[in-house]
Design a protein around this ligand. Structure first.
Ligand SMILES: *Cc1c(COP(=O)(O)O)cnc(C)c1O
Length: 374
């Protein structure tokens, strides 16, 4: 059986958790949380980052920090996970869905400007499958209309756009360390605060609206209520898992890349024969081998492929059901035709198994199966 996903856990993760259990604090902001920040600083130059209980809550924190409120409009893709949109609906803001590009499946930067109104306050971009969006264009638009940009970089830890790290190009970047993502802590995430001026408020929001972090730092001797907020900080036990994963950063990346490249090379022949389309890598980006998607000519061929792969013990899944045409999207008044590219791509896209400990042989077997079936 070739599983769809499996976190890569070694003795290192085990040792760090046991050490955290005895030598750190069980609640958040212990020594492993600090070590994780050091790793992200060393590797990516990230200065201000806060671990959160999930990618979802990192996005929620960003919505609070951007001060999104009732009646505000936020432009975002429909081809994403519900968390991207829930994050600001929970603040009372409304979603304006933008269609995606045919090649990268990222938000179509050329369709953003026509959606802007007087109420528009922010753009949420999603670096889908670890491929960064066309940020120069999006940043130009945001500057022109004075909008926040929040990067949902849940899938894009380590990816780059023109040499810049995903999650560091706008006011706020959000990562996920869910067990299905490249670097895992079970449930967890982080908000990258790229402008110093938001950091103080970010720390308060993350600590239930209190300045408790300043007590831990010894700056004040009693903490009090300063703002709204919630319990957004994860246990140091989970940070210990993530620290071990970050120590294995290159190993995990290389292993995923091997599987990704095996798929890419072995399936080229099918692409040449018009049987499927492989991922398109834009010139100015590097990706992190988060996901491998193939685009089939019709929804029927995709459905049939899923079924027949399963008969051969290979688990493959569709990517997203578009949010605008999902039950809640329809309830908000959207129609399937509102994002035609999203609707079409989502119906034909298939996600293949990919995880760090998957062998090259397994990837080759999946390719053989696909070749035989198509
Ligand atoms: C995984 C994911 C999230 C949510 O992250 P969690 O850590 O699972 O809460 C949000 N957005 C995107 C694009 C994701 O892939």
């Amino acid at each position: 059986m070739i599983k769809f996903n499996k976190p890569s856990i070694t003795k290192k993760e085990e040792d760090c958790v046991v050490d955290a259990l005895h030598n750190s604090i069980l609640s958040g902001d212990g020594k492993y949380t600090t070590k994780v920040y050091e790793e992200f600083h060393k590797r990516f130059g990230i200065k201000n980052m806060l671990l959160t209980t999930s990618g979802t809550t990192a996005l929620e924190m960003a919505s609070i920090l951007a001060d999104l409120q009732s009646g505000d409009e936020v432009i975002a893709p429909s081809f994403t996970f519900s968390s991207t949109i829930n994050a600001f609906l929970l603040r009372g803001a409304n979603v304006v869905f933008c269609d995606i590009r045919e090649d990268t499946f990222n938000i179509d930067e050329n369709k953003i400007e026509e959606l802007i109104t007087e109420k528009t306050k922010a753009i949420y971009v999603v670096h889908y499958a670890g491929f960064p969006c066309e940020m120069d264009t999006i940043i130009k638009i945001a500057n022109k209309y004075n909008l926040f940009i929040i990067e949902d970089a849940a899938q894009a830890v380590g990816s780059t756009y023109k040499g810049k790290i995903a999650g560091t190009m706008t006011e706020f970047g959000c990562y996920s360390f869910h067990e299905t993502k490249n670097y895992a802590m079970g449930e967890g995430g982080a908000i990258v605060v790229n402008e110093e001026k938001y950091m103080e408020r970010a720390e308060i929001i993350r600590e239930k609206g209190t300045n408790r972090r300043n007590v831990l730092r010894g700056l004040v001797d009693k903490y009090t209520w300063h703002d709204i907020g919630s319990s957004f900080l994860p246990s140091d036990l989970l940070a210990a898992i993530l620290y071990a994963q970050m120590e294995r950063y290159d190993e995990i990346m290389d292993k995923r890349m091997l599987v990704w490249n095996t798929y890419f090379n072995d399936l080229k022949e099918l692409e040449a024969n018009g049987k499927l389309r492989l991922p398109v890598i834009p010139e100015n980006v590097t990706h992190n081998a988060h996901m491998f998607n193939i685009l089939l000519p019709t929804p029927e061929i995709k459905d049939d492929l899923i079924k027949k792969l399963r008969e051969k013990d290979v688990i493959a899944y569709i990517c997203y059901v578009p949010l605008h045409s999902s039950p809640y999207g329809l309830k908000l008044g959207y129609k399937p035709k509102d994002c035609p590219v999203t609707e079409d791509i989502a119906s034909r896209l298939l996600r293949l198994p990919l995880y760090a400990d998957m062998s090259e042989e397994d990837a080759k077997y999946v390719c053989e199966c696909i070749k035989n079936i198509l």
